[in-house]
Design a protein around this ligand. Structure first.
Ligand SMILES: *[C@@H]1O[C@H](CO)[C@@H](O)[C@H](O)[C@H]1NC(C)=O
Ligand SMILES: *[C@@H]1O[C@H](CO)[C@@H](O)[C@H](O)[C@H]1NC(C)=O
Length: 434
């Protein structure tokens, strides 16, 4: 009995080690020579583009920050800078060049749709990008003094936007995240970074407890150094170190660390994209567009890649861009290729695990079925029945207590009225008799 168990255990460990070995050795990029964009089989029919905004100012400086003053940041906190506008203008021109066969030179609403999170820097990045993608020509020139034309950028309030901003409330996600934070794996990670986090908290004047906290702080320092501002002496010990960079990069993996977290965080976006591909192929996409652009954040980039099992731990840089391209081959089989452009170099198609660089759409859907939500809203709901004792404790127990007290109050009030009336009645009848 024990021997058999031991054997099974040893076998399991071997399989696990083999898997880890494979994962470490798998090359995310295909061979440069073989897979240039133009040699992928089939004709390009549709592209989804997801990009991060361009260069910006710090979102929220830390309390002891010597640059915690708007005189250093003329555009305001978390705003796109001129450098950021230029990055997107350049990316727009690059997209024009790459997708010239898909998009006519003239802008039409039936060909492309642009969606942005409702944040100034993403809205402005989309607009800068479109200035490069659609420079007005001929009849579209409306003011000869500016080589630019207005193009609609659609958005939704962040707290309603569960698709792109992914900021809409999702109690199940919060619950799963709390479980991850409490897991042995994360507790071990947190104790590994305990000294770093303590040092950061003490010196920055703000509690650094999670990888996200570490990432925000690292990001402020990163932006300040990009702007040639001299960082305080205490940062020298940590900023740029492998440890701090790793901890802050982990924030990008943590948001979608489990398949369930990925499903709730970025599943709606993937589902939208896959559904749109399906509709395009079946001729049901109305209007029959050729491109869809999403203007969003580093987290959007990391979450999308991680849900697709294509993420390598790093902080997605400004104007980082994912392209999901749909081609139809000679047999009309829809094939999807995914590219990630995070440098100025030409991007190479990523190798979709278990499918390759040109993945049949139906296979893509089945490969990622686990992160495509059915009804996101109902999957996000947590009823009291589903809650653990501790979780339900606060809300349910306090609720019941308040209810009981309210009932008692009502009952005593009712009794009081009843007796008063009776006394009154007795009194009046007595008086009438008199
Ligand atoms: C953290 O800082 C490093 C440089 O030290 C930088 O490469 C990385 O992008 C930064 N991460 C974030 C989230 O800003
Ligand atoms: C670019 O992406 C690759 C693949 O995800 C990653 O390994 C690399 O660190 C990234 N580089 C930058 C500068 O973002």
């Amino acid at each position: 009995m024990w021997n058999q168990l031991a054997l099974i255990l040893v076998l399991l460990i071997c399989v696990l080690l083999l898997g880890i070995g494979n994962a470490l050795h798998a090359k995310p990029y295909a061979d440069t020579e073989v897979y240039r964009g133009e040699t992928l089989p089939g004709d390009l029919k549709f592209v989804h583009v997801i990009f991060r905004h361009g260069d910006r100012t710090p979102v929220d400086p830390y309390p002891t920050d010597p640059y915690n003053d708007l005189k250093f940041w003329s555009t305001g906190w978390g705003q796109l800078t001129n450098k950021g506008k230029m990055q997107h203008y350049e990316l727009g021109k690059w997209l024009r060049n790459r997708y010239g066969s898909l998009l006519s030179a003239k802008y039409t609403a039936d060909e492309i749709y642009i969606q942005s999170t409702d944040v100034d820097r993403t809205l402005m990045s989309a607009q800068s990008n479109l200035a490069g993608l659609y420079k007005p020509k001929g009849a579209d020139v409306w003011n000869p003094n500016i080589p630019w034309q207005p193009i609609p950028v659609h958005t939704a309030p962040e707290n309603n936007d569960y698709i792109l901003a992914a900021k809409a409330s999702c109690p199940t996600y919060d619950y799963e995240m709390a479980a991850l934070e409490a897991s042995a794996e994360f507790q071990a990670l947190y104790s590994r970074f305990h000294d770093l986090f303590t040092y950061l908290s003490e010196n920055s004047g703000r509690q650094v407890k999670t990888f996200t906290d570490a990432s925000y702080l690292n990001n402020t320092l990163f932006i300040e150094s990009l702007n040639n501002l001299k960082l305080p002496v205490w940062t020298e010990k940590v900023y740029g170190s492998e440890e701090f960079t790793y901890a802050s990069n982990l924030a990008f993996a943590a948001m979608t660390y489990t398949r369930k977290l990925a499903r709730l965080k970025v599943g709606p976006l993937l589902k939208d994209i896959f559904d749109r591909f399906d509709h395009k192929v079946s001729g049901n996409l109305t209007p029959d567009r050729s491109a869809w652009i999403y203007s969003a954040h580093d987290t959007t980039i990391a979450n999308t890649l991680n849900a697709l099992k294509l993420f390598e731990l790093h902080s997605p840089p400004y104007a980082a861009c994912i392209m999901m391209e749909l081609r139809l081959d000679d047999n009309n089989t829809p094939l999807v290729s995914i590219f990630y452009k995070n440098t100025t170099a030409e991007p190479l198609p990523l190798v979709i695990p278990g499918c390759g660089v040109s993945c049949p759409l139906s296979k893509l859907r089945s490969l990622y079925q686990d992160v495509l939500p059915g009804d996101w809203h109902s999957e996000c709901k947590r009823t009291t029945m589903m809650m653990t004792y501790e979780e339900a404790n606060l809300s349910a127990a306090t609720g019941i207590l308040i209810l009981i007290v309210a009932c008692l109050l009502c009952a005593s009030y009712g009794l009081m009225i009843y007796y008063r009336r009776r006394n009154y009645k007795l009194y009046t009848s007595y008086a009438q008799m008199a």
